[in-house]
Design a protein around this ligand. Structure first.
Ligand SMILES: C[S@@+](CC[C@H](N)C(=O)[O-])C[C@H]1O[C@@H](n2cnc3c(N)ncnc32)[C@H](O)[C@@H]1O
Length: 438
């Protein structure tokens, strides 16, 4: 291990790494065939979905299949994944990739995910991933802004909602739905998630992240009802993503979430304030004003108190601003969903900024065959304009080491506390700003 490097248990447990310097091409040439490059955001999304061996999982927008493949891996190739894709050529790529990976539990289906029905209502899915088609604004600067129009974004948002509705329909009560897009735009992220919470029988896990959490273009506007996780990097080779945790309302919700302790979920009774919710109705009305009492967790430890109750409620369902978000006409005036240096300055949303960076995982490849080495850096910038704080680690890539690392627990425990601290910083900073204005 090189001097100055500290062990950071983070990296390999994500099952996905980011090559942040240079192109992926050299990385591919030194990576052994059995080690497949995947972006950190893609990997994290699947860890949020957290499929377990033996479960039934629905992947509604599956091709080219990186997330499906990782899901199959996390399930130890046991259980069932139905991977739906609407494009035939892309479905062919998906099949090829899965065959190459030996993921034999995946059934590939050519269909419009929004209309697809499993046909076996007695066997609903445990989890569903809606990795929806989007403007890909999070992929800037790879994105061609000319292709992104407000009308196009509105259409994508409508499609995302339809896909979410299909997922909500197919998932069992208590099952998990993860919605992810590579976009900063609130029409596709915030507005879709809010609409889903208001109109579908879905409920955010109120435990994770607390207080808006973690960049991703969603930092701030949600008070304590928001559970988002995002990775945005200021580096050029970056992708962003947003992944709200949601789960189907109703009985049967797991008392504790799989894998990440921080992802505990309310029981049906908790989420309805004492009474089990009626099936098919939204159980969480964010705009209702009243904050539910916070029950204790399944482990018996008290939940965190809300950081700043009542703060910034104007974007909640039913409010005029929320309606404007839905129509895509809301302005960001007086609302500060993003901080950080603007890298989106060329688009029609030039006043909107990328989220503050909350974390990034980088990998630098050194050496070559027969023993390539990876040098990883966990980087965090917790203030606007702040430079990265480097917490790198290095390890040698050999088959045994990587296998062991991939079996390790996901990195969410490490990332989530980071993002929670992030929310606290935000509270403090906004308080300071208010004070200096008055
Ligand atoms: C963001 S990509 C998904 C990436 C994929 N989950 C992965 O990890 O490789 C979105 C995919 O959804 C597909 N798609 C778009 N509309 C769809 C629909 N209505 N139903 C199913 N798939 C759709 C697109 O063809 C595209 O392959």
């Amino acid at each position: 291990m090189s001097a100055g490097f500290v062990p950071a248990m983070a990296l390999p447990s994500m099952n996905g790494v980011r090559v942040s310097h240079g192109s992926l091409a050299p990385a591919k040439s030194v990576l052994p065939e059995w080690l497949v490059p995947q972006s950190a955001s893609s990997a994290a999304t699947v860890h949020i979905l957290a499929p377990e061996p033996g479960e039934r999982v629905l992947d509604l927008c599956a091709a080219p299949g990186g997330k499906t493949r990782l899901a199959a891996e996390l399930m130890h190739n046991r259980g069932e994944i139905v991977a739906v894709e609407s494009s035939e050529p892309r479905l062919a790529r998906l099949r090829q990739l899965l065959a190459h990976a030996g993921a034999s539990i995946v059934e590939c289906v050519l269909a419009d995910g929004a209309k697809w029905r499993s046909g076996s209502p007695r066997r609903p899915f445990d989890r569903a991933l809606v990795d929806a088609p989007c403007s890909a604004s999070g992929l800037w600067p790879r994105l061609d802004w000319k292709r992104v129009t407000p009308d196009g974004v509105a259409a994508l948002a409508a499609q995302q909602f339809s896909l979410l509705a299909a997922a909500a329909r197919e998932v069992r009560p208590g099952g998990v739905v993860v919605y992810s897009v590579c976009s900063y735009l609130p029409q596709e992220t915030l507005a879709v998630a809010l609409r889903a919470l208001a109109e579908l029988p879905l409920e955010l896990d109120g435990e994770i992240g607390r207080g808006g959490t973690s960049g991703a273009g969603l930092h701030g506007g949600w008070g304590d009802d928001c559970d988002m996780m995002g990775f945005f990097s200021r580096s050029r080779k970056t992708s962003g993503f947003v992944a709200p945790w949601m789960f189907q309302s109703g009985k049967g919700r797991p008392a504790r979430p799989p894998r990440a302790a921080a992802m505990s979920k309310r029981s049906a009774e908790d989420s309805a304030g004492g009474a089990a919710p009626a099936a098919g109705r939204p159980v969480q009305q964010l705009g209702s004003g009243a904050r539910r009492p916070r029950p204790s967790t399944a482990r018996g430890s008290p939940r965190r108190a809300p950081a700043s109750s009542g703060r910034r409620t104007r974007s909640r369902p039913g409010s005029p601003t929320w309606s404007r978000w839905r129509r895509g006409s809301a302005s960001t005036a007086g609302w500060t969903p993003w901080r950080g240096r603007s890298r989106c300055g060329r688009g029609p949303w030039r006043s909107w900024r990328p989220a503050k960076v909350v974390g990034d995982i980088r990998v630098r490849l050194k050496g070559g065959d027969p023993k390539p080495a990876m040098e990883t850096q966990i980087r965090v910038a917790d203030e606007e304009g702040a430079d990265w704080e480097d917490r790198p680690t290095a390890f040698e890539l050999d088959r045994a080491g990587v296998d062991a690392a991939q079996m390790a627990k996901p990195n969410l425990e490490r990332i989530l506390p980071m993002t929670q601290a992030d929310g606290l910083e935000e509270d403090k900073e906004q308080g300071d700003q208010k004070r200096s204005k008055t």
